[in-house]
Ligand binder design. Structure first.
Ligand SMILES: [Zn+2]
Ligand SMILES: [Zn+2]
Length: 300
């Protein structure tokens, strides 16, 4: 199985093996670069304590961020996602003002698939493109949240969904020599402990309802399945954790396991959005500048 290597080797490997994914991989690469910008970490809402039981930290937050960097990133992301396509409805819709980049950003961060679909339809797309692209657009903000909030995650977090952003796990990791089982989030890179005999999606613990699909060969690959809810999760083994920013790529790299599970009638659970409000406001510096203009009677 392809395991991550440092220096973007995973990205290069996927690019070489899957030319058809190139726009998507270019977008992931751009998101990884975007994460380096301080605007995202500067905009992480302060969370002084653990949230209510079972509530992910993102739930109910208000993200205040300058509109300029969000608009620039959304425009860039949609241009990359549409590169090489004969039709670029999102780039056109952004240019024509039919798609609000801030609304798209908010929908991406909340992870609400219905909201993303509504925005996509308004922009003239009914192929579900935003459901694929949305999580990547949200990555810089959500990874910044994960970096800031990881120390706040309760040690006893026992839910199947991510304690940071609330998304369902993309992967399970059997990690280290003691084989600790960890769940990993593709949207924010979140990493939380779970029990071996427990379905992350419905909480089933009965071994008669929990099983694994295991491939043959020298490096067996595993998909854990639940007979009760019919959901599955891909299970990878490794001595070291998958880097947070590579979970999304590892999810892509193991697509063959998704096909195996889907062929046998298992599926991933539907995403559910979290309540998050994004307030995009100009930086204070610009506000002061405008105030002076008004004071001088120059208008806007
Ligand atoms: Zn997450
Ligand atoms: Zn289940």
């Amino acid at each position: 199985m392809a395991r991550e290597k440092p220096g973007g080797a995973l990205l290069s490997m996927l690019d070489a093996e899957h030319a058809e994914w190139r726009p998507l991989l270019s977008l992931v690469e751009a998101a990884l670069g975007e994460m380096e910008r301080p605007v995202w970490s500067d905009s992480v809402p302060a969370r002084g304590h653990s949230p209510a039981t079972g509530q992910p930290l993102l739930s109910g937050t208000i993200i205040r961020i300058a509109p300029g960097p969000v608009q620039r990133w959304v425009h860039r992301a949609m241009a990359i996602a549409g590169a090489g396509a004969s039709a670029t409805p999102f780039v056109d819709a952004l240019a024509a003002g039919r798609l609000d980049p801030l609304a798209l950003f908010e929908a991406a961060v909340t992870g609400d698939p219905d909201h993303l679909d509504d925005l996509a339809r308004a922009a003239g797309d009914d192929r579900g493109v935003l459901r694929v692209v949305g999580p990547i657009v949200a990555m810089p903000m959500l990874h910044a949240c994960r970096q800031a909030w990881t120390p706040l995650v309760p040690a006893a977090w026992a839910e199947g969904y991510c304690p940071i952003c609330g998304d369902w796990p993309a992967l399970a990791e059997a990690r280290g020599l003691d084989g600790q089982r960890r769940l990993r989030c593709g949207r924010c890179g979140g990493d939380w402990r779970t029990e071996w005999l427990r379905c992350p999606f419905c909480g089933e613990r009965g071994h008669e309802n929990l099983g694994s699909l295991v491939s043959e060969g020298p490096e067996p690959q595993t998909v854990d399945v639940c007979q009760r809810c019919r959901h599955y999760i891909k299970a990878l083994a490794g001595l070291v954790p998958i880097r947070p920013e590579h979970v999304f790529l590892q999810d892509l790299a193991t697509l063959v396991l998704d096909v195996t599970a889907l062929e046998r009638g298992y599926r991933r659970p539907a995403a559910t959005g979290r309540e998050v409000e994004v307030i995009a406001k100009p930086s204070r510096l610009r506000t002061l500048f405008r105030l002076r203009q008004w004071t001088n009677g120059c208008g806007r």
